[in-house]
Design a protein around this ligand. Structure first.
Ligand code: DPP
Ligand code: ZN
Length: 862
């Protein structure tokens, strides 16, 4: 497959100014009529090349006359029109598509009985022939014609301007979007949908109609999404002065969706997992995620839609910025410190792993084969960290001035990351971002080392920061400009200094004067730079930070650093078949956190986090899967056994009998109970497993219900089978709940997982054309069931390779994501490599393989 390069970017030869679309909707034979005004955008003699995939071409007209001087190349997906008129002209095209047969879930397709679309990044070319790239921005109108009984609701972008009945039981609605937009933001929905409606009054006094659509019967599960939408609208006005710009904002929930959600102008289409929720069927994590994704897509209206990307290499321009915005929104709506800790845990689990592996790439990649492979943790989450660093360097007010300048300079345009940086700079006395831009073009997680020297005589502390690059960074990598937030803490636990340092050179000394006694250093507070930090702090210093740091992130982090170091040593012990022993000081410090009455439940629950297997694997030159799992189990069991009284007290003292609440306090309490229960279930004997089963049976909300079920599975309790069965009987008609049920079984690390997956695939609730179900079962197995995926027999590899190849024929985007588990290839023991390699070879040699899968697997094998 062809490699696309940023360095070869060229403006489009032709631009579309307006496009009027008419759809004659039909499940298998939809007729699409498009009428465009097109004009030339180059002085070169160039033909008009349109993108088009899986389209049946019916007719072409230019300026009203039949036009035949074209070539339709179905291999390379283009329609080339030769000798088109020199000036502006109208181009009319008719083509036919088959939405029901479209299982790629890209372009126009059917989710159940609903017609819907997904056009980012390159789906529109599956609807009609077009200059399908984001720097081609046009005004769209859409007339939808469909059977009135089957499809009473017909939606597209913008405002409805006409509707009426037609012969043969049909009707139509015409939509007009007054804003120019790229085709990836185009959307169409038709169906017999349920809905809820509300209104929002903007600060300037305009009324906006808010509508959320779903399958009939699910209306009552849309209220949290609606509240989240109103909060998002208010927050963007308050924090960034940004108001919504159309009279109507619609969200549609569908079950068959490749991504989480899509920010189509005025008509968001969402994976139903990010809309539907109620107390009984959704967890606190689901509620939190819905608020954040509703926010994310809403915030795209300005950062993404009003100002879009010039080309797909700029994806982080809209995604990094919008993730940063949704993280800030979540922080303001919930607990800022909990939000920050969770974001960083997520970044480390997925982005750090990606950035150290075969598909490592900078937030602004220079090349790609398949752009769908670049909707990654790096573009999104590391991209958001880079934006956060800009805010840390400029301050919150300076960042806001930069945002205002960005909209002043670029509203209505398709731009580059450099343009964003330019706006930030000119709004802040030409702040020099020259070196900062290295964050955009270099891959690999930077390493940061901190050491300090205290000069007693001169009351002076010198902090030395040294940055370096990981092994897979570019050979000519240049130092980063990184903001490092630092605190110095006195013996009484109080800060004696606190500052943001700007590290620019490989190594730099920072001097603090008038420090009366030797302080403990707290470096990279709030995770101010996305780096891997090592320090000269002793074990006791870390325990001190655990107890005293005023920065909640570093207070949390200290416990992680200590646990990680101990566990990595234990993994080597386990590999050498030595007996395992857990450091007593750590066991005692963990108990202190459990007993601490000054910290809230949410923070305490987070502090009980034991580094995950995935996090530990990142630090191993050769990955020992069973040993890592055994050590993690051993640590949890040791901590739980030592502290069972206090854990039980934590569990029983939180009374949840009252009214169900969704505030941070109540959510923190539920999380703490489940974390305590999970640890307790590791203790020998049946006492706590019975407690977990009781918690499961008496649950009145999904957080407790699935939380307890997961505990029963992880501890391989004798109640497991009964609990799984009763859960299934109760919930089998709700696909979102069944996805949770599949996931908890897919990650079960005992040997039965494999046979269980084969059986679950045959269950009537499973459907491989629905990405959520595939991800819940096979995706979870490949990515998060490290021990069973990497089973010595190689059967885990074979199963996932088989499914990847089967799915690749239906939906290449879903297939390529299943490859994640194979990314450890270069670091697994030789005997496992010998099992994995033939599977990777088999995949790459398959005829007709998608470029999605080819790109990922070829990088793994490289
Ligand atoms: N642009 C979408 C989002 O990030 C992904 N398709 O919200
Ligand atoms: Zn986004």
């Amino acid at each position: 497959p062809k490699v696309i390069k940023l360095s070869e970017y060229k403006q489009p030869d032709y631009l579309v100014e307006t496009i009027d679309l008419t759809f004659h909707l039909d499940s298998t034979k939809t007729l699409v009529q498009s009428k465009m005004t097109v004009s030339k955008n180059t002085t070169d003699a160039a033909p008009l090349v349109l993108n088009g995939e899986e389209l049946i071409l019916k007719s072409v007209k230019i300026n009203g006359e039949a036009f035949t001087d074209y070539k339709h190349d179905e291999e390379v997906h283009t329609l080339t029109l030769n000798r088109v008129p020199a000036g502006s002209f109208t181009l009319e095209i008719e083509n036919e598509i088959n939405p029901e047969a479209n299982k790629t879930l890209d372009g126009l397709y059917k989710s159940g009985t609903i017609f819907c679309t997904q056009n980012e990044p390159e789906g529109f070319r599956r609807i009609t022939f077009y200059v399908d790239r984001p720097d081609n921005m046009a005004k769209f109108t859409t007339k939808i014609i469909a059977d009135k009984k089957l499809y009473p609701i017909l939606l597209s972008n913008g405002n409805p301007i006409a509707k009426g009945d037609l012969d043969g039981g049909k009707h139509f609605v015409t939509w007009e979007d007054p804003f120019k937009k790229p085709s990836y933001l185009y959307a169409l929905v038709a169906g017999d949908l349920g809905f809820i409606k509300d209104t929002y009054k903007t600060t300037s006094g305009r009324n906006v109609a808010l509508e959320i659509y779903c399958d009939k019967g699910n209306e009552d599960k849309c209220h949290h999404a609606m509240e989240s939408l109103k909060k998002s609208m208010k927050w963007d006005e308050d924090r960034f002065g940004l108001e919504y710009d159309l009279d109507i904002y619609m969200i549609v929930a569908v079950d068959a969706f490749n991504m989480g959600a899509m920010e189509n102008k005025g008509l968001n289409i969402f994976n139903s997992a990010y809309v539907l929720a109620d107390q009984k069927s959704a967890t606190d994590g689901n509620f939190y995620g819905i608020e954040s994704v509703i926010g994310h897509e809403y915030f795209h209206n300005w950062t993404g839609n009003r100002i879009t990307c010039r080309d797909w290499f700029q994806l982080t321009l809209k995604e990094g910025l919008t993730v940063f915005r949704d993280q800030e929104f979540s922080a303001d709506m919930n607990s800022r410190s909990v939000e920050r800790i969770q974001s960083v845990l997520g970044l480390r689990a997925s982005q750090f792993a990606e950035d150290a592996g075969p598909t490592s790439h900078p937030i602004k990649p220079a090349t790609y084969m398949e752009i769908n492979n670049f909707y990654t943790a790096t573009i999104y989450e590391k991209g958001a960290e880079v934006i956060r660093m800009i805010q840390t360097l400029l301050g919150v007010d300076g960042f806001r001035r930069g945002m205002d300048k960005y909209f002043e300079l670029f509203d209505g345009q398709a731009v580059r990351t450099e343009d964003f940086i330019h706006a930030m700079s000119v709004a802040n006395d030409n702040f020099d971002f020259t070196q900062f831009k290295n964050w955009y073009g270099q891959n690999g997680t930077p390493l940061l080392k901190s050491t300090s020297k205290y000069d007693e005589a001169n009351k002076r502390l010198t902090l030395t920061l040294t940055q370096s690059f990981p092994a897979n960074a570019p050979k000519d990598a240049k130092p980063y400009h990184m903001p490092v937030r630092v605190g110095l803490i006195g013996a009484d636990g109080k800060d004696v200094a606190s500052k943001v340092l700007e590290l620019k050179t490989p190594t730099q000394d920072f001097v603090f004067e008038n420090i009366s006694s030797k302080p403990i250093t707290s470096v990279n507070r709030d995770f101010s730079a996305p780096v891997k930090l090592t320090t000269d702090l002793s074990f006791d210093d870390q325990l001190f930070l655990m107890a005293h740091d005023s920065d909640s992130f570093n207070r949390f982090e200290a416990a992680q650093v200590v646990a990680q170091k101990l566990m990595l040593d234990l993994i080597q012990d386990a590999h050498a078949k030595k007996p395992l022993e857990l450091n007593a000081k750590y066991v005692a410090a963990f108990g202190k956190v459990l007993a601490d009455t000054t910290i809230d439940e949410a923070f305490k629950a987070l502090s009980m986090t034991i580094p995950s297997e995935g996090i530990l694997h990142q630090e191993l030159a050769e990955i020992y899967y069973p040993e890592t799992e055994a050590v993690r189990d051993f640590v949890m069991k040791t901590l739980a056994t030592a502290h069972q009284d206090i854990l039980l007290k934590l569990f029983t003292s939180i009374d949840q009998k009252g009214e169900y609440k969704l505030d941070p306090k109540a959510m923190g309490q539920r999380d703490l109970k489940i974390k305590a229960l999970n640890l307790l279930s590791m203790v020998d004997g049946d006492k706590y497993k019975t407690l977990a089963f009781d918690h499961f049976k008496s649950a009145t909300n999904m957080t407790d219900e699935i939380g307890a079920l997961s505990v029963l599975i992880n501890s391989n309790s004798s109640f497991k089978a009964e609990a799984l069965k009763s859960f299934y009987t109760k919930w089998k008609s709700e696909t979102l709940v069944m996805q949770k049920w599949l996931s908890v079984q897919a990650v079960a690390s005992d040997d039965s997982a494999y046979d269980n997956i084969l059986a679950l695939e045959k269950d009537s609730i499973y459907d491989r054309t629905i990405p959520n179900l595939v991800r819940a079962l096979l995706g979870q197995f490949a990515a998060n069931n490290k021990v069973q995926f990497n089973h010595p027999s190689g059967r885990g590899y074979k199963l996932v390779a088989d499914r990847m190849l089967e799915l690749d024929k239906l939906n290449p985007q879903v297939a390529s994501r299943l490859a994640s588990g194979f990314k450890d290839y270069s670091r697994i023991p030789k005997d496992l490599q010998a099992k994995m390699k033939p599977e990777l070879d088999r995949i790459i040699k398959t005829d007709g393989l998608s470029k999605n899968v080819y790109e990922i697997v070829s990088k793994i094998l490289a």
